[in-house]
Design a protein around this ligand. Structure first.
Ligand SMILES: [Fe+2]
Ligand SMILES: [Fe+2]
Length: 246
């Protein structure tokens, strides 16, 4: 976990500049869908992460605990970046959203390992979502923000896969299969909710519901293989290109 601490510290001190001085240019028909969609993702990433912090502290691994703190800070940085975009578009921030409340409640009912599986569901979807925004928005400020968030999200997935690989290592094969199956059903239900809720912006970014659904499934398969495969996989090197540990 020391490698992850180094990774997050390095990532924190190497943030590319965002051209905030520019006005954001967006096609009129995309403005309202983008605002509506970003408001929901923004509120989802703005939490304090106190539950996760407490759970990480219980592992007794100070490096993991410190890495989790930096992971939470990175999510809060995403919320800040999206809030900056919304302010530049003269749009208000949401205080809460039902989907976020659902995830928070579900996580609080679980221990660290299962709470991380819940947390990973929107993380996997975020990877496809921010790729769609990065590829579909020609504006340089928007692209800079979405590229950065996408890159960070790939790191988040690899970080959680790396921890969960070890955390579930002692689980027998049938239990893994059941857990993976239940997790997949919950993930697919979340995909459907996101596709429905964000359908206007996805259409605006030229990503069909079918393509989004399919790509999210591929991301899930890769992440689930990393966590539940009985053969250890080097999650860090595989999911974060160019990463160099300590
Ligand atoms: Fe994020
Ligand atoms: Fe994330």
């Amino acid at each position: 976990m020391k490698d992850w601490l180094n990774y997050f510290e390095h990532n924190r001190s190497h943030r590319p500049a965002i051209p905030w001085e520019r006005e954001i240019e967006i096609a009129p028909h995309l403005r309202a869908p983008l605002i509506r969609s970003l408001q929901r993702f923004q509120v989802g990433e703005s939490g304090e992460g106190s539950f996760l912090r407490r759970q990480a502290a219980r592992t007794g691994d100070p490096n993991y605990e410190a890495a989790v703190v930096l992971f939470i800070k990175e999510e809060q940085e995403h919320a800040r970046l999206m809030a900056c975009i919304l302010r530049k578009l003269n749009a208000p921030l949401l205080q809460r959203h039902w989907s976020d409340a659902c995830f928070i409640l579900l996580r609080k009912l679980l221990g660290l390992r299962h709470a991380l599986l819940v947390l990973l569901m929107p993380e996997m979807i975020a990877k496809r979502y921010f790729r769609a925004l990065r590829d579909g928005c020609p504006d340089s400020t928007l692209r800079a923000v979405f590229s950065q968030i996408l890159q960070d999200e790939e790191g988040h997935l690899a970080f959680h896969v790396d921890y969960l690989q070890g955390a579930f290592a002692s689980l027998c094969l049938p239990a893994r299969a059941v857990l993976r199956g239940v997790w997949r059903i919950l993930f697919r239900a979340t995909c459907l909710a996101v596709i429905f809720d964000h359908r206007a912006i996805l259409r605006g970014m030229a990503v069909s519901a079918a393509a989004f659904w399919w790509d999210c499934g591929l991301i899930f398969d890769e992440v689930a293989a990393g966590i539940f495969s009985s053969a250890p996989t080097p999650a860090l090197g595989r999911l974060v290109p160019g990463f160099r540990g300590s």
